[in-house]
Each structure stands twice: as C-alpha cells, then as structure tokens.
Design a protein around this ligand. Structure first.
Ligand code: DX5
Ligand code: ZN
Length: 220
C-alpha cells in the first residue's frame, strides 16, 4: 500500500509566528514541511533562505523539504544542508550542470530531487535517475501560493510514476500547486504520493480538519 505524505507549504503561514505555525501544522498531522525558496530572479517573488530554515529546525522533527526556485542553484545547497534541510529539490533548467547539483546535494547529506514546471519536459531525468530521491511535479507555474491547479499536470504525474516504477528505485513523487481537499484524490490516482498544500491548509483556522479531510480523500 502506498504511504501518502502531506507536506504543508509554509509560504502561506503567518511569518510573524513561524515557529508556532510549524509546530501546529506538525501536531495537526503534517508529515513533511515544504519550504519554498524564491529569489526574484528565477521566479518573480522573494521569500526565505537558510536562516529561516535554521530558525524553524528546532521546532519540528519531521523532514524539511527545501524547494529551490533560484538561479544559480549550487551556491545555496551547503547552506541549506547546514540549516537542517533533509530534502533539496531544484529546477533542472536553472542549473548549468544537473548531475553536479544533484551530487552536491547528496554529498551534503540530503536527499535530492528535480522539479518540473508545467511546461518543462521530464526528459531532464534521463541519465540521472540513480541520483534522484524525489520528483516534484508543479501543478502551477512557480512563484506564488494560492493559484489554481493545472489539470494537465495529472498526465505528467502518471508519466513520472511509470518512470519511477521502471527505475525500481525508491523515489517520492510530489505534486505542488493548487492542491485542495477536492483534487488530492485525483493527484493520488495519477500516481503522486506526496502532496504540497499551502493556502488549503494555512488559509483555514483548523489545520487538523483540513489534513484529516485530505487523508479521508486519499483513503477512498
Ligand atoms: C509555488 C510554490 C508552492 C506553493 C503552494 O511556487 O512552490 O509550494 O506555496 O501553495 P498552494 O498550495 O497555495 O498552491
Ligand atoms: Zn513549492
């Protein structure tokens, strides 16, 4: 049976109370903390860096999944590893040397993954599958929380699932963008096992109610 993981994106959390927010969301059943890093260069928004990762690290025991939306990629990897990241993913078109960036993440003791925008083909996985621990399929164009799920992403999730199964490797298949209670089951049916949700969780007063409702959908 598939183990499903819920990964709240703290992009939609209250940054003035971030420690309390991550503690609450983990107590409410989150399996992973999804940490969105935007640089106002690769994406048109600016968010948080290693200092904030280091600040929340003592507040939670679950893995921190750092989604790098930055260019260049490599310079930030050792800093995030030192700040307590467990998984680091990046967008392949933002790296000059994809294999090197993946190896750098692994050399720094973290799990490594590639992120695919709605218009980015999966062929960047060719020849590097042996260094991949996570594939992240974007179901919105990156840069902002609160956008609508792009249904075409379901086909790409299914394609990535086939590639993972063929590889025989233990690779998480994460989906990110516009995930809500009413579409999480469709993403799971397509083959996703890890679900990022920002506004759906932090936009509601009762995080546990949302996460529980998502798990009910996943169990159907
Ligand atoms: C978008 C980010 C997402 C985003 C998800 O660039 O990578 O992680 O915060 O937020 P929602 O769930 O609101 O689409
Ligand atoms: Zn993200």
């Amino acid at each position: 049976m598939t183990t499903f993981r819920i990964a709240p994106s703290i992009l939609s959390a209250d940054f003035a109370r971030l420690g309390e927010e991550v503690r609450n969301v983990v107590a409410s059943g989150a399996d992973i903390i999804h940490f969105d890093v935007m640089d106002n260069h690769y994406v048109p928004n600016l968010t948080i860096g290693p200092l904030v990762c280091q600040a929340i690290r003592p507040h939670v025991q679950v893995p921190i999944d750092v989604h790098l939306m930055v260019k260049p990629v490599d310079r930030l990897i050792p800093d995030f590893a030192k700040a307590g990241a467990n998984i680091i993913t990046f967008h392949p078109e933002a790296s000059e040397h994809i294999d090197r960036s993946l190896q750098l993440i692994r050399d720094n003791g973290c799990k490594a993954g590639l992120v695919f925008n709605p218009g980015t083909p999966l062929h960047f996985l060719d020849h590097v599958m042996d260094k991949i621990d996570m594939i992240l399929i974007m179901s919105v164009n990156p840069g902002f929380g609160g956008q609508s799920f792009i249904p075409e992403a379901l086909k790409k999730i299914a394609l990535a699932r086939r590639m993972i199964d063929e590889s025989g490797r233990d690779i998480l298949l994460e989906v990110d963008g516009g995930i809500k209670i009413d579409n999480i089951a469709a993403a799971a049916a397509a083959g996703a096992d890890t679900f990022v949700a920002g506004s759906a969780i932090f936009g509601q007063p009762d995080y546990k109610a949302v996460i529980d409702a998502m798990r009910v959908e996943l169990a159907k």
